[in-house]
Each structure stands twice: as C-alpha cells, then as structure tokens.
Ligand binder design. Structure first.
Ligand code: UD1
Length: 337
C-alpha cells in the first residue's frame, strides 16, 4: 500500500515514515521544506535502507499535487503539512487560515479526482475548549480555541467530517496529538525548531547542550502538585506508531473517527527538568518566570479509545523520552544545520 505523507520531512512526518516503512508500507513524501530540511531524506535512507520518492511542492498547489497522484498509485494520505507555531499564528492569522485550510482543501479535491479514499489528519489537543474537563476525551465539546493555529485544526476537522459524511465510502481518521517529544533512537532524526524554541523539551535540550543559558519556567503558582504546568508528553516514536494503526483502521472502515494520541499521564515542568537532568547527566539551570499568556494548568488525555479500537498504546516512559531527545540534541547540537 502506497501512502503519501504531506509534510513528510517534518518532525512527526519523518518519524512516521520510518514506522510505516518498517511495517512494509511504501512511502511518498511531499514537502516544501518551509519548516524542515531536505537532509532528512538522507537520514531516512540511512535508517530504513529505502529511498522515498520526494516531491518538493506546496500541497496547496493543485497542479503540482496532481502530478504526485499521476505518478504514484496513492491509496492513503497522512496530512501533516501545515503551519504550527501558536504565537506566530496570533501575529499573522490570515496566513495561518489561508495556508492550513487551502492545503487541506486542495488535498481532498485531488484525492477525490483520483478516487483516493483514506485520510489521516494531524490534529491537536488544542481543539479541546477551556470548558472541557480532564482527562480530555474525544466525545467532549471542542473550542473555543485560544489562538488561530488551534482554530485551523478545528476548522479542518469539521471540513473533513463534513466531506466524509457526504461521501460515505470515504474514511477519515483525525488524530489529536498531546505533546510530542523525543527522537528516533538512532539520533539521526529529531526535532529541529527554527530559532529559539517555544516548546518546553526543545528549549530544555538547548539549555542542556549549552546553546541557551537557562530555562524560564512559566509560572509556579498553578494549582498543580509543584505549581508548574502539567502536560501529557508522548514519545514521537509512539506517536508515529499511532499513525500506522490509524492507517490500518482507515483502510478497513469508512466515516470519520477521532482518536487522542497521548499517554494519559500528566508530567509537570519541574518533573520534566529532573528527568532531563538524569538523561544528560548535569544540572539544567532554570528561573521561575511569569505565567505565559494562554497557558492552562493541566492538559492530559483519556487514551482509552485508541487502545480499545486501534489496539495502540504508548510504550516509552518520560525517562526514555528525555534519553532519546538528549541523544539527538547531543549528536546534533545545531540540529540539521
Ligand atoms: C503547545 C500548543 C499545542 C501544540 C504544542 C506543540 C497551545 C495551548 N498549546 O502546547 O497546540 O500542539 O505546543 O508541542 O497552544 N514551558 C515553560 N518554559 C518554556 C516552554 C514551556 O515553562 O520555555 C511550560 C509551559 O508553560 C507548559 C509546558 O511547559 O506548562 C508545555 O509547554 P509547550 O511545550 O509550549 O506545550 P503546550 O503549551 O502544552
């Protein structure tokens, strides 16, 4: 079965390419490298021994995307491509709405042209509204989102759901990611954010490797055990395996199904700092800073549905997430550069 990964050179896309390939799927990658590096393809070849067909295209460009489908018999698509920086989305909302939604519309239109009926979409736990109670379950009310990035995820979920309803033989799986961290065990691929990282673990990694002096802990007065924010961190390899399970499920079903991909466990910022210190073998300097606007105290998944229906569950512990993150960061202090 041949699967197209839009945004397949990115952090989650590249790890998913590895897992799909190890399960015998053929992978085709489309990426415009706006937030990824072409060198990832060489690394993927080293890990898998396979050379994946690559299309350097913008997925919103229908003519370019049509060529991918003409040249490959694509049976399913995993749609990762999209802008994903929360803060940036607040500053340039139109470009987020234009790009993320256009890309999805073009993709589904071309899938329809070629009779491709299986779609897996990268959504996010950010679609759960502030009113939702913990742990977050798939059937809970969504929105209102706190930023345009989150709204694009929610709007795209709606577009896909409506399309699947109107086309009963179409199969869509929406995956709501919690906080992906870690890297492939080889240390060849990992997370490489542009500039100063916004997310916790990439920031800690840069402090650990000596590129940044200390971590700012955004608030220690939340109603959590140690006062710092609690999140559901998931190893990117576990997350990637969740996509393999989703593809198997999509191929055998129709309609839209939504799954959380998380561990179900909440870890605080300070617990993460301690786990990372163990992994890298030295102290991570930090300072308590004011709360970051838009942050919440707790966010973690009810991960039962994915286990019951997909037979998928996470395997990696927080210590293993930090070990693999450090393995990648220490071998590649400047990321892919
Ligand atoms: C954010 C986004 C989510 C996105 C995810 C990517 C929201 C509400 N959440 O999640 O949509 O999918 O990034 O992984 O928009 N922290 C610090 N210091 C730092 C960085 C973070 O203390 O330098 C704390 C935060 O306050 C939070 C925790 O670490 O408590 C995790 O933050 P982060 O990694 O940015 O992820 P989220 O905000 O949960």
């Amino acid at each position: 079965m041949k699967i197209l990964l839009t945004g397949g050179a990115g952090y989650i896309g590249s790890h998913t390419a590895v897992e799909l390939s190890s399960m015998g799927y053929d992978v085709v990658i489309a990426d415009n490298f706006s937030n990824s590096n072409p060198i990832v393809l060489e690394k993927l070849e080293k890990i898998t021994g396979k050379c994946f067909p690559l299309y350097k295209i913008d997925v919103a460009d229908k003519a370019a995307l049509r060529r991918v489908f003409e040249e490959n018999e694509i049976e399913a698509v995993i749609h990762f491509a999209g802008y994903k920086a929360v803060g940036e989305s607040v500053k340039v909302p139109l470009s987020y709405y234009r790009s993320n939604i256009d890309t999805t519309l073009s993709l589904i239109e071309i899938m329809e042209e070629f009779g491709c009926k299986n779609l897996v979409f990268s959504s996010s736990a950010t679609v759960y509204g502030k009113r939702a109670s913990l742990p977050y379950s798939e059937e809970m009310e969504t929105g209102p989102c706190t930023n345009p990035y989150g709204w694009t995820k929610l709007f795209i979920e709606q577009i896909i759901t409506d399309y699947a309803k109107a086309n009963p033989d179409f199969s869509a799986v929406i995956l709501r990611y919690f906080n992906p961290v870690g890297a492939h065990k080889s240390g060849l691929i990992g997370e490489d954010p542009n500039g100063i990282p916004n997310n916790l673990v990439p920031y800690i990694s840069r402090v650990a490797v000596g590129n940044l002096p200390y971590l700012n802990v955004f608030g220690n007065d939340y109603p959590t055990a140690d006062g710092t924010g609690v999140r559901d961190y998931i190893h990117v390899t576990d997350l990637a395996k969740g996509h393999v399970a989703a593809i198997d499920f999509a191929a055998k079903n129709s309609g839209t199904e939504i799954f959380n991909l998380g561990t179900g466990n909440g870890i605080s910022v300070l617990e993460m700092v301690k786990a990372y210190e163990k992994a890298c073998g030295h102290e991570i300097p930090y300072r308590i800073a004011p709360r970051r606007e838009g942050d919440i105290a707790f966010c973690f998944a009810n991960a039962k549905k994915a286990f019951e229906i997909l037979g998928w569950k996470t395997e990696f512990s927080v210590d293993e997430m930090c070990r693999d993150s450090w393995n990648w960061q220490s071998k590649n202090p400047d990321g892919y550069k």
